[in-house]
Design a protein around this ligand. Structure first.
Ligand code: ATP
Length: 603
């Protein structure tokens, strides 16, 4: 709640206004039964119609003021809650984006999605309803009690006797409510996860006729959410009827004792009627307070889940203790950076002399995904500026992991990843990410124009976009539509082919002329000729760019300056194509199975 309070604080002034207006409206509501009692007991017996009309008018005015003073702050309260939630959601979303891949793995995307969506909604409900009911209900309760005490002290004792019972119910229920609603939110996470994976894989599900299977799987998760919600609602549902029971019991006792007191001439009928009205007001206030506890239970559970993410910091801090200039050192004069210890790489470097002028260096890098034994072990290589590294290997052998470590999506467990001699952990994120153009295996296409999909928020001019499209062989896609660059792509690239999608993604990666280009299985959907044209274009137009290509197809990497062959998270062969064909059995097998003897011809 500490973090949430920081978002509420700027609105404290406006909230105070809401509370004051709400206070006035509530006092007016409290006045009405009192005026009614006065009219019945003191004005009507005088048989003065003018006086009755005056008091009647006073009741109308009070009702109108009460109505106005409730509507205005209710609207303002919603406005404040919307603003607070908007800022909170914005910051939470930024925080989620800033999480390291390892941190995001801990929670998983569905949980993060529901924290940004349904948890912030629960907080919105809490902030809005607390302003609306937080003042009104306690005032109606306390004020109502005070007035009944002055009207009929004896009868009020009945009400006071019921208060501790009601207090115990509210306390017990709210204590159980918070954990129950935390469980509900966790189940919602699982539901989001199921929906997300089914919608993402809808084509495969249909193609394999797995609709029934998926429906059943979804039903299980759906039932889990329903059960958790029902259980929470079951506990909470006890509250209102129990309150009604207590208060109806009290009401009956008031009528009985009231009738007896009127008969004995100890009080007047108007007072008993007013007393019954106050009882209804107090009953409503009690129910509102219990409703507030339900909303509070949900809101606090959600606020804690949000704070869990907001409090996650530290993992991505740059460790200033290591070598670095104030700007990250990477931007200037780093071309000639020396590796720390040329000796370390002398046997493992993939380029002669790279120890003197290395652009990208992996120095004995080992990494394991949190709580698993999967990852990579003892990976070393060095690349000069403008060189190309090809990485090949079986599925799950660790190729993408190498790329993720270079992009610092995860931090190494041991060894180091260096760019121009600077450890990536020492490079500020914005400086680091400026270095890269990246195409991932399942990269995403925005539901936007081709221009925006290539420019990707970088304000690139059309010339740069068209130039990148040319190298990526994406020009025919643009020319194929009368709208050209303004042709709108559907989300996930649903209205273009897989190969066209990859060409747009490659154009996006090339458009800003990155210092390092990473293509992780980015050309699998391209035909051999287009694949070769793209690689040729990159080599010609981005001669200074150091390129890393992860591929399953040997023709995509065989012309690379260096090739890593990976198996089970380890490098089992490295060198040029010719060297590997001669020395690495796995590579030779891949090579002969894919291109046989005609390697040079096809690529
Ligand atoms: N986020 C993750 N959490 C835990 N394990 C992971 C994670 N990502 C990958 N792995 C595991 O790490 C190993 C290496 O995965 P990686 O994605 O690097 O393989 P790859 O060679 O790129 O495979 P592919 O060719 O199928 O893309 C695999 O065993 C994989 O299951």
């Amino acid at each position: 709640m500490r973090k949430l309070l920081a978002y509420i604080r700027p609105y404290a002034g406006k909230m105070s206004v809401v509370f004051i207006i709400k206070f006035i409206g509530t006092i007016m509501d409290l006045f009405l039964p009192w005026i009614l009692a006065f009219i019945i007991d003191s004005v009507i017996p005088r048989k003065d119609v003018t006086l009755i009309l005056w008091y009647g008018s006073a009741m109308v005015v009070c009702s109108f003021v009460a109505w106005t003073c409730n509507v205005i702050p209710n609207r303002k309260a919603s406005w404040i809650a919307t603003r607070i939630t908007r800022s909170l959601r914005h910051d939470l979303f930024s925080r989620v984006l800033a999480l390291s891949a390892a941190q995001a793995d801990v929670y998983g995307s569905p949980s993060l999605i529901s924290r940004v969506s349904s948890d912030t909604y629960n907080v919105h409900e809490m902030v809005a309803k607390m302003q609306r009911l937080g003042v009104r209900a306690p005032i109606l309760l306390i004020g109502g009690m005070a007035i009944t005490l002055s009207l009929e002290p004896v009868l009020t004792l009945i009400l006071i006797a019921l208060m501790p019972l009601i207090g115990i119910v509210v306390y017990a229920i709210s204590r159980r409510g918070i954990p129950l609603y935390t469980v509900v939110q966790k189940k919602v996470d699982a539901l989001v996860r199921a929906v997300r994976s089914d919608i993402t894989g809808i084509r495969v599900i249909k193609a394999l006729s797995k609709m029934e299977y998926e429906k059943e799987r979804f039903s299980v998760v759906n039932k889990d959410v329903t059960d958790a919600e029902r259980h929470a609602a079951h506990v909470m549902a006890v509250t209102n009827p129990l309150m009604n029971l207590f208060l109806n019991l009290g009401l009956t006792l008031v009528v009985l004792f009231g009738a007896w007191r009127v008969n004995d001439g100890l009080t007047e009928p108007g007072r008993i009627i007013a007393f019954l009205s106050y009882f209804t007001i107090i009953l409503t206030a009690m129910l509102s307070i219990t409703r507030m506890f339900v909303i509070l239970s949900k809101g606090i559970a959600s606020a804690r889940r949000i704070e869990e993410i907001m409090d996650m910091e530290g993992e991505r801090k740059q460790e200033k203790s290591r070598t670095m200039n104030t700007d990250g050192g990477i931007t200037k004069g780093m071309d000639d950076a020396q590796m720390d210890n040329g000796e370390v790489y002398s046997e493992k470097t993939l380029v002669e002399g790279s120890a003197e002028k290395a652009h990208v260096v992996f120095n004995d890098v080992s990494f394991f995904y949190p709580r698993t034994t999967a990852g990579v072990r003892n990976v070393s290589f060095a690349l000069k500026k403008g060189q190309t590294l090809g990485i090949i290997g079986a599925t799950g052998s660790g190729k993408s992991t190498v790329v993720k470590l270079l992009l610092r999506l995860y931090d190494v467990n041991s060894g180091s990843v260096r760019i121009n001699g600077v450890d990536v952990r020492d490079i500020p994120d914005d400086v680091l990410y400026e270095q890269f153009g990246v195409v991932f295996q399942n990269d995403f296409i925005l539901a936007d124009t081709i221009r925006e999909n290539i420019s990707f928020g970088r304000d690139l001019d059309d010339q740069a976009i068209l130039c990148a499209a040319e190298i990526a062989q994406a020009t025919p896609i643009i020319a194929g539509h009368p709208e050209g660059l303004d042709y709108r792509l559907a989300i996930m690239g649903a209205n273009i082919s897989g190969g066209q999608k990859q060409r747009i993604l490659i154009a996006r990666a090339l458009a800003a002329q990155p210092a390092i280009l990473v293509m992780d299985d980015a050309m699998s959907a391209l035909d051999y000729r287009t694949d070769a044209l793209v690689r040729g274009g990159i080599a010609r137009s981005l001669a200074e760019t150091t390129t890393i290509i992860v591929a399953q197809r040997i023709s995509s990497i065989m012309h690379a300056d260096h090739i890593l062959v990976m198996e089970d998270g380890q490098v089992i062969g490295s060198g040029t194509h010719g060297h590997l064909v001669a020395t690495c059995e796995v590579y030779r097998d891949i090579s002969s199975s894919q291109i046989g003897g005609q390697d040079e011809k096809r690529a």
